[in-house]
Design a protein around this ligand. Structure first.
Ligand SMILES: Nc1nc2c(c(=O)[nH]1)N[C@H]1C(S)=C(S)[C@@H](COP(=O)(O)O)O[C@H]1N2
Ligand SMILES: [Mo]
Length: 365
């Protein structure tokens, strides 16, 4: 029986359940202080694993290419590594980033802000492999299959996502075997994963075993049931694809261990962060020190690569002790900007509401 999550599953209480804790303990966020790094160290990159990390052997691993192709293939890693290789920094963000801030809270991985990372990936364009197999006329999509299998919403399935053929043939879509110059870690998809720049994380299939060319749209669970933006249970929804525009800051000062509340001293503070969008470069980042009532423009660096986050900075000169709320918001090349309030939806995806960081300005003890 296929049981889609419904609005009725949303938690009306603030309390995180044991099941949500179990997910959050397996799937960690990037600590926001790691926004200082141009390239996220592998161990600080966020993680999202629906089922179990499969135990794979690089020597016997094969990528099969089948479906509507002239020549089905089974490529080992040496064959893939012999193809032209590309290294690119790419920002990945989980579509559920910010889910735990929705009220009522959709029950799934309860992310706050940090389900993001910007690693450097090395691999070969997916396009070259599809050309080697020879995509036949009439093909519309490519399904990417992972080696992991599990049950979600009552449906047993391999982790699979599809891409429209024109997306799959973009030169920047990669089959990668290295992250930050080292072999992929088991949790990030060893020995082979997909990188689909600009798209939310769910499309970057890890532990890749198979590419299947289809003549009909794919209707697997992770495609047709999960990752739909639905405003109510009756809303048929639309598929989640590219990342919405977003900026995040490194929380300034020092944290309190349990509450994570920030303490800073009076003076000039160099606020820093990153911004990205799956719809084009960032045009503007603004910062507010009064909870979003007034905004100032931050200094913004150009993108280091087409799909890597952009650095921004702003000096916060604060003299008066007291409580402040810092916010940041980005605007991308399409003119899209971040809302002050989240856009609630059944699955808790695409929440790009502005980040809010509560800070207490306290004179030197
Ligand atoms: N095979 C497989 N690929 C997967 C997943 C998964 O559970 N299984 N999770 C997806 C989701 S939802 C996200 S957000 C990204 C996370 O990639 P990372 O863990 O390397 O950051 O992987 C995607 N690829
Ligand atoms: Mo995700």
């Amino acid at each position: 029986m296929s049981v889609a999550p419904t609005a009725a599953d949303a938690s009306t209480s603030d309390e995180i359940s044991y099941a949500e804790l179990a997910l959050a303990a397996r799937n960690h966020a990037m600590p926001l202080e790691a926004l200082r790094d141009d390239v996220t160290p592998a161990g600080l990159h966020y993680l999202l694993i629906h089922f179990d990390v499969p135990h794979l052997d690089a020597t016997s691993h094969r990528l099969e290419v089948d479906g509507h192709v002239e020549r089905p293939l089974a490529l080992d890693l040496d064959a893939l590594r012999a193809l032209p290789s590309v290294t690119a920094p790419v920002t990945l963000e989980c579509a559920g980033n910010g889910r735990a801030k929705l009220a009522p809270r959709p029950v799934s991985q309860p992310w706050l802000d940090g389900a993001v990372g910007n690693a450097e990936w090395t691999g070969t364009p997916l396009r070259g492999v599809l050309e080697q197999a020879g995509v036949r006329d009439g093909a519309v999509e490519v399904v990417l299959t992972g080696a992991d299998r599990g049950i979600q919403g009552g449906v047993e399935h391999d982790y699979q996502r599809s891409l429209p053929l024109d997306e799959a043939l973009r030169d920047e879509v990669l089959l990668v075997w290295a992250m930050n110059g080292a072999p992929l870690l088991p949790q990030h998809g060893f020995p082979l994963r997909a990188i689909v720049p600009g798209w939310y994380g769910m499309t970057h299939v890890k532990w890749l075993t198979r590419l299947t060319v289809l003549t009909e749209p794919f209707d697997g669970y992770q495609q047709a049931v999960a990752y739909q933006f639905q405003v109510s249970d009756d809303d048929p929804g639309r598929p989640v694809t590219r990342m919405r525009v977003r900026a995040l800051m490194v929380p300034p000062g020092i944290p309190e261990f349990m509450s994570r509340e920030r303490t800073v001293r009076p003076g000039a503070h160099d606020l820093r962060g990153r911004a990205w969008s799956g719809h084009g470069a960032i045009e503007r980042v603004e910062v507010s020190a009064d909870g979003g009532r007034t905004w100032s423009e931050a200094a913004l660096e150009p993108p280091p690569a087409p799909h890597a986050w952009q650095a921004w900075s702003w000096t916060w000169d604060v003299r008066e002790p007291g409580a402040y709320e810092l916010c940041c918001r980005a605007t991308d090349a399409t003119g899209a900007t971040q809302p002050l309030e989240p856009d609630w939806n059944v699955h808790g995806v695409e929440n790009n509401a502005v980040q809010r960081v509560g800070v207490e300005v306290v004179p030197e003890a």
